[in-house]
Each structure stands twice: as C-alpha cells, then as structure tokens.
Write a protein that binds this ligand. Structure first.
Ligand code: ADP
Ligand code: MG
Ligand code: MG
Length: 879
C-alpha cells in the first residue's frame, strides 16, 4: 500500500518535495522539541493522485487520513466530532516552495452547532467558542465554496454598527451567535445547502479545496512569475488548533529573526492580542510591534527570543516565524526562510559569514541574482526632494523611491503600464488577486495593514517600493479618490512620489537618481569576483554608461554599438547624407566629418577604459531607422545635399527594403561601401594612438557584424588592415589590436572553424542568433509569443533566456569548431543573454572568456557567474 499521510514526527526539513515547505518545517520543529501543536501531513503525492485521478480524492487516502486523525485524538485527548470535548483542526496548504497568500487555510474545522455549544460549556468561555465558529464558517465558505468574503464582512459590520462597536473583540457571545446565524444564512443562500455539520465531511471538502487551490489562477500566475514547476503539487497539513482568541493573555503574531528590510540583527515583527490566524496580516486592527510583547508578557517574549535564536541557528538562515499564544503559552505554527529585500539578503549573508555560520561560498549562493535589481534602483534626487511636499506618511514597507500616476484597481494598473505609464497602485489593502497589477506597478501604497501585510511582503519579494498602512489617507477604491487629511482630493492619474525607505508620500513628480552601493554589497561582490571564472564586460556606447558600469564592476566594454553614436541629433543629418550619397566622392566627404566625431567618442572610451578591453562593433545600421521620414526632414536634407526633394525621395525609395532585418546591413554594407568601415577603423586606430600618447595603454577590439562566410571577413579585414598599417607607418609605431567577428548567423556557427582562420575573437550576438535560428523577428514576436506560453509551446522567452537546445547548441558548435582552429580563441557573448543568470550558467559551462551586458545588469552577471562557478544551482526555495 502506498503511504500518503505522515505524522509530524515522521518528517524532516529535507522532505519539502513530499511534505511541502510548511509541513517539512513543522515536522523539523516538532523533532527538535519546539512547542508545535500536533498534527499530520497529507503528501504532495496525494495531491498529484487527486489531480491525475480526475479530481477525485480516493477512499484509500481518506481512510489513511482517518487513521491519523484518531492518532491526533489520542495525542490531544480530544475527539473529532465530539460535542463535549471537540478536537478542532486547521487545514493548511503547503507547497514545496513558499507561496505566500497563494493557498488558503481553514481554521477551527470540526466545529458545528453542538460542538460550539459543547466547547463553550467545556471552557466556560462562550465568546471564544462562538468567535471560533463564526471564523470557521467564513473561512470555510470562502475557501471551499468561494463565497466572497465581503458578504460575511458586511454582516459583521452591520452587527458592530448596531452596537456601536469599533473592534471585533467587543462582540459578546450573544452578538456572535447572532452573527453565526447570519453567516449560516449567507452560506445556504450561496450554496443552496445548509452549513455542513459533519466534521468528516468538512474535512474532506477542505482537503479537496486545498488541492484545487493549487490550480487556481492566482497560484498559476505566482508560479509563472517565480518559475515554479506546476507538477510539484501541494501538501495539506492537518493540525490541532490552539487559540489566540481567548482573551488578553492570548494572541497571535509573526516575527522575523532579523530585520527583513535592512538586514539588521534585531528581532522584528508584529502581534495582536486576542486574535486568531491572519488577523495580523489582514490589516483589520493595527498590530503592535514585537518589542511591545516584552512589556505585556515578558516570559513569553523571552521564550520567543530564544526560539528565534534556536531556529536561526538550526536553519542557518534568517527565519520568518508564525506563533500563537494561548493563555500565556507560546506555540510555534510555522517557520520558513524569511523573504527579504536585496539589501537585507546581502547584509544577512555577509553577517552570517562573519558570525561563522556559513562560508563565503554559501553566502554567494544565497543571494538571489534577480533581487539585486532592487539595490541598483533609484532614489530621489536630493535637490528635487527639497521642494517636495510631504502629504502623508505610512509604514516604510519596502525600500526604494518611485514616482508615477495613481491607479486604484490592479486591472487598470496593468492596462496603464501597458500604455507606458509609470503606475503607483493605490489600495486599501492588497490581496493575491492583485499580484499582476502589483508586478506591473512601480510602487504600491495601502491605507491598511502593517509591515507584514500582503502588500508589504509581496512588494519586498518583488523588489518594489511599498508604503503600507498609511491611515492618514482615505482611499475610496470605488470612487477612485484619495482624500488627504486636509480634505483635498486626488484622482486617478494624479502624480505621487513614494519613498519606501522613509514611508513619506509626496505630491507630484520628483526626479530620481541612481542608487548607491557599497559596504556589505562590495564585500559580497568581492567574494563573487574571486569565485567566478567569466569576465563581465558591459554593452556601452557612451562615457556615462561606461563609467556607471565600471562602478558596478565591469571589466571592459564587450559591445560598443557605433550606430548608436550616430543617432545623435547633430550627427544624423551627416549619417543620412552618407547613406544617400550617390558617389564615392560625395560619401567620402561626409565620412571625413563623421570620422572626427567618432574619434572624439572612441578616445574618450579608451581613456575611461584605462587599458581594459574595448570592443567596438563597426556600423550595423538598420538603414530604414536612419532615413528621413517627415517632409521637413526631407526638405532639409535636399538643401544640405544640394538636391531636389523628388531626387531625395527617389533615392529613399530605391533604398527601401522588404525586410530590413535581413537586408543591406552589417558587413554587407561594407562589402558595397568599404569606405565606411575604413573610416571607422581609422577613427579607432587614430584615437588609440592619441590615447596611447597620453600614457594610457589601449588594446582595441574591432568587431565585424553579421558575418556568414569566411570570405566576407577576409575581404573586410584586408580593407581595414590597409588603413591601420597606413596609420602605423605614418606614426612610426605599432599598437596591439584584434579584429574579430560577431557570431550571429547560424551559418557562421556551422562554419566557425573556417571563420576562426580570419578572426582573432568571436562574440556571440545571441539576439540576432535567436531571431535567425527561430526565424522570429524580435520586434514582432511579442505579438504571438504570449500564445506560445499560454499553450505551453514555449516555456520561456528565448530572447531573455538562451534556448539551450537550439540556439545554445549552435553556440556550442561554434565554440567547439572555433577551438579546432585556435585552441585559445577569445570568445564572449554580447546579446541580452549576457545579463541573464540562467544563460550565464550555460556560457560558463562552455568555458567562454566573458559575457557582456547592460550596465545595470553587471552586478547581477558578476553574482550569476560566481554562482555558476560554484556549481550548484541556487534554490529559489531558500529565499
Ligand atoms: P499561510 O500559508 O497563508 O501563512 P497558514 O497555514 O500558515 O497560512 O495559516 C495562517 C495562520 O493561521 C497561521 O499563521 C496561524 O496564525 C493560523 N493557524 C494555522 N494553523 C493553526 C493552528 N493549528 N492553531 C492556531 N492557529 C493556526
Ligand atoms: Mg494565507
Ligand atoms: Mg503561515
């Protein structure tokens, strides 16, 4: 017989795949002697059995559940379904990977009319008994039958209003009985059935609901955002209830063993007295900071501190712990690695090394590359901030600054973001349905909820600015307005600026500046640099980008796109003249002007490089992008070139291409007009000479784009070498330089051994290589790739993460064949993929020399290269 159900004592933290993260950790905590209410786990195997078995919970599994239920009765001395001494349980989902808020939990299961009465008699505390029952009806109705929770909340508010109560805790036992009747009515109206009184039936339905929730749309979106495999399934935890809603010596809370925003070594969290379950995160009442527990229940507080220390040392990571206090006794209900900001991730990892808990290598593996974006995020411009007007402040829930237009609905936020608007999502509180809207917004602002509210936790995970619990603002989601304390109103589309590090909210737009990095970040990056094998270069065309990249740790330029230098407003008329010139003479006279401009560009880059490699790609213009479009531009050009407008138009027509992407670009242009590349090679070498004479060493790499055959390269190389040698003769000196090629056409991969006879280096242009291998145009693919993901035809965007089986195999072939000709051929990557951690791992395995990426991704690439070198793939699960 297969085993589907496990006692907590039968599991361990290493059984996440089978028992889910929550269950595995409940098991681990039970086994190290922490006060965990007893229970058992229905494994993910059971979930898969249910899903593959046409959503049928097999009798075999349910029988096994019953066996464990009777063990639980023995352990607790209570009886499931009894009227006198009822055993109540929580039914808690738990996937192998932490999915906060994605799956739903039902508390107080086992209650029915008579058990609630029995419990009230037994404990002499009718209020708590009925409070538990009304919570159960609501949660069960919500989770199992999807009855919208606002229906229950309305009934609750009605009773509170009628009695002039502010807080739920003011409800008396009689009020609660009335509420229970109202809830039962809501339930039967929504489902057409009475609220189920049979506890076993309640349990069966709840288990099924957890299994079903694995496939609910929120969970599906979350898994897609976080690359979690859908076939894992979720486990179900059945656990004896403890009660935080039994008066002022009871309560419930959440604590982190370190500050998850800053990483500082201090216990951080919140709790609520006389509360149950998710009251803390639901933002109904404002929770108290954990430090206040010291005053209220010093013994419990000390035990909690000890528990934090014990768990952190046991797991050797910062923990996020859920606890409940029942009549002065502490119970631990969950522990997991705490979600944290990038800043906190780095600080805790580095501190753990200094505290001797983990090695440097472990620290490197622990920081999620994707998260680093956060650190490189903008802050407000100090001078701009001086004029900023603070209109309110809330809790600094997730750091970073943001400015944008306010939207009140997740859906509208998504639509606005699609129109290119910088969005700030404004809600009273967020819920899992808002995930996509949150993902597409620049920042999140809520009026309710604390530092551990849904909005705060999710925003931190996403590395987004968030201000939570800003109670000074009155947010009306229906009317789409924010009312300030002054009575002033803000409407959809108005601008706000948020500082997630201070909690301040400013009216209007405030200019942002780049984030500063240093301290712990530099220390960790230093360790990463020591571990990595790949060099990290930057794709930069301007001195500003290059300088920024050097601050981020770039080791040279891997791609300088010279056509980007041509886009400059002052230059474009000359570029147009160059393209439209009808004779060599005409073209050469414009080229002389362009050459001087290019020399200024290149010498500046060489100076900044201070001897580091600078790879310059010769012109690869999509011609149509440069041609004049408006009448005014055409007239201007006609005037500059001494032509008539019709003459210019005719020439433009002659140059029009059916498919510019596959057209007269790259080296093909230089085959027709070699003078263009000759000019660029001259500009490069002449600036190299100038900078060399200034005492700075220079070693330019000249890169020829879009090579398909060796003979193209031979021809162009000969032209270029001629001008370079002329410069050397004239200057009576020689400088080192390399001429190589971009490998971006499948044919070049296949004939890489031949091409290597002419090339001193290869640089894989994986963007074009992906386009040409798939035959997808990158600009058009966005229109249909969404369907590919939806229909599971493609798992990932091949322009983001290298398609190992196809494009990657071509790269590998080129590497192997290139090395057949030159064992030590210098090879790198300069496509988007050069900054993508998964792709970097692949390039590391191929033993390339470097990857090159945009400035902001340089630190990510450094860390990813180190993680690749250290071997094991990082586990998202640990964070
Ligand atoms: P989530 O995965 O959303 O965190 P949990 O299963 O952890 O959901 O349940 C949410 C909350 O419900 C817990 O933090 C805890 O406060 C409460 N809870 C769960 N099980 C029990 C229990 N056996 N006794 C008391 N409270 C419980
Ligand atoms: Mg939840
Ligand atoms: Mg929990």
């Amino acid at each position: 017989m297969r085993k589907f159900v496990y006692q907590f004592s039968e599991g361990s933290k290493d059984m996440k795949n089978l028992l889910g993260g929550k269950g595995a950790n409940l098991a681990e905590m039970t086994n190290i002697g922490l006060p965990v209410p007893p229970g058992f786990i229905i494994s993910t195997d059971a979930c898969n059995d249910y899903t593959t078995g046409n959503k049928h919970l097999s009798e075999e599994i349910f029988e096994e559940v019953k066996i464990h239920l009777s063990k639980l009765e023995t352990q607790t001395g209570k009886v499931f379904g009894s009227t006198e001494n009822p055993l109540l349980v929580s039914v808690r989902s738990g996937a192998p990977f932490s999915m906060p808020g994605m799956m739903d939990t039902v508390l107080n299961l086992g209650l029915n009319d008579s058990a609630a009465r029995g419990l009230a008699d037994l404990t002499g505390d009718a209020r708590s008994a009925y409070d538990s029952y009304r919570r159960f009806i609501q949660m069960f109705g919500d989770v199992v039958f999807e009855i919208p929770s606002y229906q229950f909340e309305q009934a609750l508010s009605r009773i509170k209003k009628a009695n002039n109560y502010l807080l739920d805790t003011e409800l008396t036992a009689d009020d609660l009985t009335e509420l229970i009747d109202a809830y039962k009515l809501i339930f039967s109206q929504a489902t057409g059935n009475d609220f189920p009184q049979n506890p076993l039936e309640q349990l069966r339905l709840a288990i099924i609901a957890v299994f079903d929730s694995w496939m609910n749309p929120r969970a599906v979106i979350y898994r897609r955002l976080h690359d979690i495999d859908a076939s894992l399934g979720t486990a179900v935890n059945i656990q004896a209830m403890v009660f935080g809603n039994t008066g002022e010596s009871s309560g419930t809370g959440i604590t982190f063993t370190r500050n998850p925003s800053t990483g500082e070594k201090e216990v951080f969290g919140e709790f609520l007295l006389n509360a149950q379950g998710e009251d803390v995160v639901a933002g109904i009442r404002t929770p108290e900071p954990i430090s206040a527990l010291q005053m209220r229940m010093p013994m419990v507080y000390n035990e909690l501190l000890k528990t934090c220390e014990l768990l952190e040392n046991h797991y050797l990571d910062m923990q996020d712990i859920e606890f409940t206090i029942e009549k002065g006794k502490l119970y631990v209900l969950q522990t997991r690695s705490g979600k944290r900001t990038a800043k906190a991730a780095i600080q805790t990892a580095v501190d753990f090394v200094h505290e001797g808990k983990i090695t440097r290598e472990e620290a490197i593996m622990r920081v999620e590359t994707k998260q680093l974006h956060q650190l490189l995020h903008p802050a407000f411009h100090e001078s701009a901030l001086k004029n900023g007007h603070v209109i309110a402040s809330g809790l600094p829930a997730s750091p970073g600054a943001a400015t944008g237009q306010i939207y009140f609905e997740a859906k509208e936020a998504v639509q606005a973001a699609e129109r290119g608007i910088s969005v700030i999502l404004v809600r009273n509180e967020t819920s899992p349905e808002d995930i996509e809207g949150m993902a597409r917004s620049n920042a999140i602002l809520t009026a309710h909820g604390g530092m551990t509210s849904h909005a705060a936790v999710v925003a931190r995970g996403m590395g987004k600015c968030c201000i939570a619990g800003c109670s000074e603002l009155t947010i009306n989601e229906k009317e789409k307005t924010i009312t300030l304390k002054t009575g002033e109103k803000l409407y959809e589309g108005d601008y706000l600026s948020l500082d997630g590090s201070s909690g301040n909210i400013y009216l209007g737009e405030i200019a942002l500046t780049e984030a500063s990095i240093g301290g712990h970040f530099d220390e960790l990056m230093g360790w990463a640099d020591a571990a990595k094998k790949l060099m990290i270069r930057v794709n930069a065309d301007t001195p500003t980008d290059f300088k920024k990249a050097l601050l981020f740790g770039a080791e040279g330029i891997g791609l300088c796109r010279t056509e980007h230098m041509f886009f400059d407003e002052k230059r474009i008329p000359y570029v147009r003249q160059m393209i439209l010139a009808e004779s060599l003479k005409e073209r050469e006279s414009v080229l002389t002007i362009l050459k001087e401009m290019q020399k200024a560009d290149f010498s500046e880059l060489f100076r900044i490089a201070e001897g580091r490699s600078v790879n310059i790609r010769l012109l690869d213009p999509p011609l149509h992008e440069f041609l004049p479009k408006t009448d005014h531009e055409i007239e201007q050009l006609a005037q500059d070139m001494n032509r008539t407008v019709p003459q210019i138009r005719k020439r433009i027509e002659a140059l029009a291409e059916a498919n510019p992407m596959l057209g007269h670009r790259g080296c093909r242009l230089a085959i027709t007009f070699p003078e263009i590349y000759r000019m660029q090679a001259e500009a490069i070498m002449e600036s190299a000479v100038i900078v060399h004479d200034e005492g700075i060493s220079v070693h330019p790499e000249i890169m020829i784009p879009l090579i398909a055959t060796k003979s193209e390269l031979s021809y162009i190389k000969k032209e270029i070498k001629q001008v370079i040698h002329a410069i050397f003769d004239r200057e009576r000196m020689v400088l080192p330089y390399d001429i190589g090629t971009m490998i971006e056409i499948p044919r070049a991969c296949v004939t890489a051994d031949e091409i290597a006879e002419e090339a001193q280096f290869f640089s894989f242009g994986t963007n074009d290589l992906t386009q040409l291998t798939y035959g997808f145009s990158r600009d058009d693919a966005t229109k249909f790739l969404a369907d590919y993901y939806e229909k599971d035809i493609l798992a990932k965007d091949p322009f983001m993460t290298i398609d190992k089986a196809g494009v990657g195999a071509l790269v590998e072939m080129a590497v192997t064949r290139g090395r057949m000709t030159h064992e030590h051929l210098k090879m790198g990557v300069c496509g988007e993929h050069g900054g993508d951690p998964d792709s970097i791992q692949f390039f590391h395995q191929l033993g390339l020399t470097y990857v090159s990426c945009s400035p902001y991704r340089v630190p990510i690439a450094r860390l990813a290269a180190a993680q690749a070198a250290l071997g094991t793939k990082q586990l998202v699960a640990t964070l």
